[in-house]
Design a protein around this ligand. Structure first.
Ligand SMILES: N[C@@H](CCC(=O)N[C@@H](CS)C(=O)NCC(=O)O)C(=O)O
Length: 202
C-alpha cells in the first residue's frame, strides 16, 4: 500500500492510524510547497489535487477519514468497530468537517501556513470569525467529553483521530483551547500516543 502524504493536519489522520496499527504502508511524500499535488501523475490518483491518498493494489481510497477506516478495517482493528458505533463515528466525522476542523483549519491557515510560505499576515476578520465559531463548536465537544474519555464508547476510535487533527497545531495556530478543560484532558491523553505525537515518517 502506498500512502501519499505531507506534514499537514489532514494527512496526520491516516499517518497516525497507519503508525498506530503498524500497517504495512510505503509513505510517499507529496511536497505541497512545490505544488506536487497538482502534478499530472498525482492528479491521476487524486483528481482533487490534495493529500492524503491511499493506493492498495487497484484500489484508490481518497479522503482522510475513509483512509483511516480502510486501514483499521484491513487490520481488523476496533478503531473502526464493526457495529452500531459506526453511526456515532460518522456523526463525528460529519460534525468535524462541517464545524470544528473547518474553523480550526482557518486558524491554521491564517496564523501558521500563510507566514510559513510567505503569503502575508493573517486576515484579522477571518481570524475573528473562525475564533468565534471555533469556540461555539468547541463548547459542544467539551460538554460531550465532560463525561467520557473518548468520543465514541469508552475506547479510542478513528473519530478521536479525526476531531483531534487540527488541535495538534493549537499553539502555533492560536486555536483557543484554553477554556475547554475536557478537550485539553482528552487531547493531552492522545498526545501520550507516539503515533499521534509523531505520526509522520522521519
Ligand atoms: N477532505 C480532504 C481534505 C484534504 C486537504 O485539505 N488536504 C490539504 C492538506 S491538509 C491539501 O492537500 N492542500 C493542498 C491543496 O489544496 O492544494 C481529506 O480529508 O482528505
Amino acid at each position: 500500500m502506498k500512502l501519499y502524504y505531507f506534514e499537514t493536519p489532514n494527512a496526520r489522520k491516516p499517518c497516525a492510524v497507519a503508525k498506530y496499527l503498524g500497517s504495512p504502508v510505503e509513505y510517499v511524500k507529496i511536497d505541497l510547497a512545490q505544488g506536487a499535488q497538482k502534478a499530472p501523475d498525482y492528479l491521476a490518483i487524486n483528481p482533487n489535487g490534495q493529500i492524503p491518498a491511499l493506493v492498495d493494489g487497484d484500489k484508490v481510497i481518497l479522503e482522510s477519514q475513509a483512509i483511516m477506516c480502510y486501514l483499521a478495517q484491513k487490520a481488523g482493528s476496533d478503531l473502526w468497530p464493526g457495529d452500531e458505533r459506526q453511526i456515532e463515528i460518522i456523526r463525528w466525522f460529519s460534525w468535524d468537517s462541517a464545524h470544528l476542523s473547518r474553523h480550526a483549519g482557518m486558524l491554521v491557515w491564517q496564523n501558521m501556513i500563510k507566514s510559513m510560505y510567505g503569503l502575508g499576515g493573517p486576515d484579522a476578520k477571518a481570524v475573528e470569525v473562525a475564533t468565534t465559531k471555533f469556540k461555539q463548536f468547541a463548547g459542544v465537544l467539551d460538554a460531550h467529553l465532560s463525561t467520557r474519555s473518548h468520543l465514541v464508547g469508552d475506547q479510542l476510535s478513528v473519530a478521536d483521530f479525526s476531531v483531534a487533527a487540527f488541535l495538534a497545531y493549537a499553539q502555533p495556530a492560536k486555536i483557543p483551547l484554553g477554556d475547554f478543560s475536557h478537550i485539553k484532558r482528552w487531547h493531552d491523553a492522545l498526545l501520550e500516543l507516539p503515533a499521534w505525537r509523531e505520526p509522520f515518517p522521519a
